[in-house]
Design a binder for this molecule. Structure first.
Ligand code: COS
Length: 391
């Protein structure tokens, strides 16, 4: 990693700095040669590797195989920031364990946590968060999957799509309609294991930054009511509370991609000669580098501000997380685009690092709440805080 000065900002403690240094050395030594292997295989192997090395302990709370009493959002962000510099797939494997386990970590009962979290922290089980449907991506309140109470069970029917880890996950947190009220007020969250009769993976989707993602079908999936997370009708709040935590970590992953792009660009522009001098000597290059570095620091300030606020007891970080996610992902796209520009032809050569980063960053502006949704969230919060009736 190039610039490490941000680790001395007041957001961090000594244990964060120690973890960052150890993780970086581990990442350098443990990234696979990913060429030719399937993203499903690679992700499964990365989850095991991360589990064996103890890095997934950051994804769950301490009494259940984790590192800290409650999730430490700064550690989650730092981990994504660092892993993203070395492999988008490795970073993804780490992130999805946290997101899939997140609703259980944040809102599960003692028994639910005890049953599932240790296996996720050890990398023995792969986790997934199943919320989106074909007609319910940004508008969560429109989702159609049903869960009907039948004695001491619930029976789930419907389809989900754009589910990360579909095909390799052992456990899915599924959001379904239980009908306590209209729209967002009639949803509930359930824990469903992939061996439940009636569960199937119907499609693997192929995206520009390859990772395991696909569609699942639930046909008469019967699960015990003990697998309900919190109360019936609270499913929307489960989603929003989980996303509040993990959206800032998406910003952190974007930051990692942008940092790698800047580091690569510094090396390239220092050695590449045009018109008799290094690219770095042109003021037009220097302006681009200055903009890239400033965008990275501004993103880091927003990401780690959100994480620090949550770790320091904020009940909700809706506004801070939405700012961190939208700003850092959009900024990283611009940083990487400038890197491609400065690499010239090499920047668009398939397999080059900046070409990979150019594809890696794009989905982050969409998943876990597109930039446009984050802007709605931010403006509502700003109006609400100003006491304006428009919120
Ligand atoms: N934490 C806790 N509760 C929250 C919350 C949060 N961050 N955000 C909203 N809520 C609560 C609200 O307080 C409200 O509760 P009451 O009815 O008790 O007042 C309820 O949830 C409904 O909130 P709201 O009216 O704001 O819901 P909307 O349907 O208008 O949806 C958006 C708001 C668009 C912001 C939401 O649907 C969203 O984030 N969509 C994007 C989803 C997404 O990330 N999709 C990609 C999936 S990839 S994993």
């Amino acid at each position: 990693m190039g610039d490490k000065t941000f680790l001395f900002w007041p957001f961090f403690d000594d244990h964060h700095r120690e973890m960052a240094s150890a993780l970086e050395s581990w990442a350098v030594a443990n990234v696979f040669d990913e060429s030719g292997a399937s993203e499903l295989d690679l992700s499964r192997k990365y989850v095991s590797k991360l589990g064996d090395a103890g890095w997934l302990k950051y994804s769950v709370p301490a009494p259940f195989g984790g590192k800290f009493e409650k999730l430490d959002v700064r550690s989650l962000c730092l981990t994504r920031d660092i892993l993203a510099r070395y492999s988008g797939l490795l970073e993804f494997a780490f992130a999805m364990q946290g997101l899939g386990a997140g609703p259980i970590s944040l809102l599960g009962t003692e028994a639910q946590k005890r049953s599932y979290l240790p296996k996720i922290a050890a990398g023995e089980w792969v986790a997934a968060f199943a919320m989106s449907e074909a007609d319910a991506g940004s508008d969560v309140s429109a989702l159609k999957m049903t869960a009907v109470k039948d004695g001491s069970d619930y029976v789930l029917d419907g389809e989900k799509t754009w589910i990360s880890n579909a095909g390799i996950a052992d456990l899915y947190v599924v959001i379904a309609r239980t009908g306590e009220g209209p729209g967002a007020k009639g949803l509930s969250a359930f824990i469903l294991t992939a061996d439940t009769p009636g569960f199937s993976v119907t499609e693997q989707q192929h995206v520009i930054a390859p990772h395991p993602i696909g569609s699942i079908r639930l046909e008469g999936c019967r699960i015990p009511a003990a697998n309900l997370l919190t109360e019936p009708g609270k499913g929307f709040k489960v989603c929003m509370a989980t996303l509040d935590v993990f959206r800032s970590t998406v910003g952190a992953a974007a930051l990692g991609f942008a940092r790698r792009a800047l580091d690569e660009t510094l090396l390239h522009t220092s050695s590449r000669k045009v018109f008799g001098q290094a690219l770095a000597e042109f003021q037009m290059t220097q302006q681009k580098i200055a903009d890239m570095a400033t965008a990275i620091d501004a993103s880091a300030l927003l990401v780690y501000r959100a994480a620090w606020a949550k770790d320091n007891g904020a009940e909700r970080i809706t506004r801070e997380a939405a700012m961190a996610k939208s700003y850092a992902t959009e900024a990283a796209q611009c940083v990487i685009d400038q890197a491609v520009q400065l690499f010239g032809g090499k920047g668009v050569l398939k397999g080059s690092i900046v070409e990979h980063l150019y594809r890696d960053i794009r989905p982050l502006r969409i998943y876990e709440g597109a930039t446009e949704i984050q802007k709605i969230v931010i403006s509502r919060q700003v109006y609400a805080e100003a006491g304006d009736g428009n919120a």
